[in-house]
Design a protein around this ligand. Structure first.
Ligand code: UT7
Length: 321
């Protein structure tokens, strides 16, 4: 049996860090409100020349280096983003060209904040059926470019960044490492609660993020607990077996509520929302890379990813490192 093992990770952030205090000088908000309601203290905002592809390329190069592989040997790139460089072609093809692995498969996935989970499950399926052997799964976003900077209910919540993992097909008896189970969902009836009010086929503009935060919050806690229960049940493992929960970083209060519902020790939850804010599809791989590089996540650990976002879409994966 083939398993898809994570053999490397990398991440990238724009140069400019923007604190809550700096934002409060431009928008009618305060550090106190943002910290109390979301746990966010700062975010990184892309400057001139920094794009979804440039962040993705940096994260991807670091992931290849970490895995100890030549980027030319990558035969599949799946890039999750809601903020592509261009409407087409896929930003993944820019990454492919920069890495010099032209000729393989490269495409984008649009599932907003759940994008990395959708990309990971897709890459896992493709590796297990033999369509590819060595994949890069990337989440990269420049959400700052689709924010309405006059809407304080959304502009304080998001940041830019990228995270990437190398996923390699291996015989499952090698060391037991790999994706154990994944579960994905979508509910198109909830479109109005979180969406962008533009697009090529409707307004011929890029549009801005619109969100009814309180309602999204309510759905997030319920949907995430459900999908995490599904991946555990499918694997025959229990929450007590999980070493690290790496959740989508939207709001510290959602992380606390999800941890409580699951019954996992908050010390086992990777939290980066304070530093990165909500980076949409980049948030899970960014948090994962942070916890791997600081030595928390180790070989052999059981790690759970989860995310929920616009659509709605939501998903989870259980991975043995
Ligand atoms: O990544 C995709 C998934 N997204 C999420 O999971 C986001 C989920 N939602 C949330 O994280 C929270 O709902 C928010 C952080 C967006 C909002 O927190 P909340 O506790 O639900 O606040 P609220 O929307 O109920 O607003 C409370 C008050 C309002 O004032 P009134 O009507 O009570 O007078 C808002 O106008 O806070 C006001 N407010 C602000 N005040 C200062 C909203 N935004 C701000 C702001 N600064 N930036």
């Amino acid at each position: 049996m083939i398993r898809s093992a994570i053999t490397g990770s990398g991440s990238a952030l724009p140069q400019r860090c923007v604190s809550n205090e700096e934002l409060a000088r431009q928008v009618d908000t305060s550090d106190e409100w943002i910290v109390e309601r979301t746990g966010i203290r700062q975010r990184y905002i892309a400057g001139e020349g920094e794009t979804t592809s440039s962040l993705a390329i940096e994260a991807a190069r670091k992931a290849c280096e970490d895995a100890g592989i030549d980027s030319k040997s990558i035969d599949l790139i799946i890039l999750a983003t809601a903020t592509p460089d261009n409407t087409f072609p896929a930003t993944a093809t820019r990454v492919q060209d920069a890495l010099g692995c032209n000729g393989g498969i490269a495409f984008d996935v649009a599932a907003v904040c759940s994008g990395f989970l959708y990309a990971l499950a897709t890459a896992d399926s493709m590796l297990r059926t033999g369509m590819a052997k060595r994949a890069l799964v990337i989440g990269s976003e420049t959400f700052s470019r689709i924010l309405d900077w006059e809407d304080r209910t959304t502009c304080v919540l998001f940041g830019d960044g990228a995270g990437a993992v190398v996923l390699e097909a291996r015989e499952s008896d090698t060391d037991g490492a790999g994706v154990i189970s994944s579960s994905l969902h979508a509910d198109g009836a909830q479109h109005e609660l979180l969406y962008v009010d533009g697009g090529p086929s409707t307004t011929q503009t890029v549009g801005h993020v619109r969100m009814r935060g309180r309602e999204v919050f309510r759905h997030a806690v319920v949907n995430l607990a459900q999908v995490l229960g599904e991946v555990l049940e499918e694997s025959g493992l229990s929450i007590a077996d999980v070493d690290w929960l790496v959740p989508h970083q939207a709001n510290a209060r959602i992380l606390d509520a999800t941890a409580r519902k699951l019954g996992i020790d908050p010390e086992r939850v990777v939290v980066t929302v304070d530093r990165h804010a909500n980076t949409s599809a980049a948030s899970v791989p960014l948090a994962f890379d942070t916890a791997r590089k600081d030595g928390r996540i180790k070989p052999g650990d059981l790690v759970m990813f989860e995310a929920m976002g616009g659509g709605f879409t939501w998903g989870a994966s259980l991975i043995r490192m």
